[in-house]
Design a protein around this ligand. Structure first.
Ligand SMILES: Cc1cc2nc3c(=O)[nH]c(=O)nc-3n(C[C@H](O)[C@H](O)[C@H](O)COP(=O)(O)O)c2cc1C
Length: 324
């Protein structure tokens, strides 16, 4: 390997790690670590950062690791490097989630690869009211395709009755969580003030669990000129599912999630998470029935347009990575 090549590889690795830490994570807990050697990045779960109340089995933490993994792959692809990815490699270390290797073959990035990699720094969770501008069918189809590309399925709820049912599950689960003292303590621990910490969600940008009021609202009724009837455009809401809840499928869910979110960002569409019904056991079962036959629900997302998008802080790459 020439010096020039190893310098390029080192630069691409640094860019990939900078992208990895921009991934979403529950309460911005950033439950990941990275171990790096030339041509290889290992993604590890940081168990000390798994949220004990909302995520006792570490499922959401593994989804977050999967999202970080997608950002690494996207950054390396846009640096013209071919990669292979192994999920849950056989190893003594149970924290190891995935290994990305650079093969040495050059890669010609597609326009889509470049768009997704460029979207990483502009993707922020929406914590504000959406405008009433509907998301087009074309974009909806792109989001569904993005999930499928990464081994997930984005099931959109296209019937008003399904949306009503989901709204009921979200508010029921939200109330159950807010009645739980352990949930409130955990939430307080991850609710921060701007500039105070490099983890958690500052109250100034909405906090880790903004109000779910109005998340399904889509503005006033519109008059349909031809028929003289009124209609209300439905909000775009999707449930991301995988076949099973295995560690590998949770990592696939995270990669599919990030591919969907970056695709949305590339269209200027923002997403809000509604994890409450996945996190509470009873509503989780009802949610499975709602998306019947399509597998295990992992993440619920509302998509739309919003004028504000504020970033949340991150721990620096140096605090979460180690060069071996
Ligand atoms: C698996 C998962 C579940 C999440 N659930 C919620 C949620 O229920 N409500 C919410 O507002 N944000 C949720 N988030 C978003 C995080 O709070 C957000 O990613 C984190 O604060 C970092 O902010 P950013 O996404 O704007 O970079 C979730 C993120 C992940 C990965």
């Amino acid at each position: 390997m020439t010096t020039g090549h190893s310098e390029l590889l080192r630069e691409a690795t640094d860019t990939a790690l900078a992208a990895a830490i921009r991934a979403p994570s529950p309460h911005n807990s950033q439950p990941w670590r990275f171990e790096v050697c030339p041509g290889r990045i290992d993604v590890l779960l940081d168990r000390s950062r798994v949220l004990q109340v909302v995520d006792p089995d570490g499922k959401e933490a593994r989804i977050a690791c999967g999202a970080a993994l997608f950002n690494i792959r996207a950054a390396l692809r846009s640096a013209r490097l071919t990669t292979t990815t192994e999920l849950k490699p056989a190893t003594e270390n149970p924290d190891l989630q995935a290994t990305v290797r650079v093969t040495g073959q050059p890669y010609e990035p597609t326009a889509e690869d470049l768009l997704l990699a460029a979207a990483v720094e502009f993707r922020h969770t929406n914590r504000y009211t959406f405008t009433d501008r509907p998301v087009s069918d074309e974009i909806r189809n792109e989001l569904v395709y993005a999930a499928r590309e990464e081994g997930g399925q984005l099931v959109t709820l296209d019937e008003p009755a399904q949306l009503d049912a989901l709204a009921g599950l979200v508010s029921g689960a939200d109330e159950a969580q807010r009645r739980n003292a352990g949930f409130r303590t955990e939430l307080a621990r991850w609710t921060t003030r701007l500039g105070e910490r490099d983890e958690g969600v500052p109250i100034e940008v909405g906090g880790p669990r903004p109000s779910t009021d109005g998340l399904f609202a889509v503005g006033p009724l519109r008059t349909n000129g031809d028929a003289g009837r009124t209609r209300r455009p439905l909000p775009l809401v999707g449930v991301l599912t995988t076949h099973t809840n295995s560690d590998e499928d949770l990592l696939r869910a995270g990669q599919a999630l990030q591919c969907v979110l970056l695709t949305a960002t590339s269209w200027d569409v923002r997403a809000a998470f509604l994890s409450q019904p996945v996190e509470v056991a009873e509503t989780g079962r009802a949610l499975r029935n709602l998306v019947a036959a399509t597998g295990q629900p992992q993440v619920v997302l509302r998509f739309g347009y919003s004028s504000v998008a504020l970033p949340t802080p991150r721990r620096p790459v140096s605090a979460v990575s180690r060069y071996l």
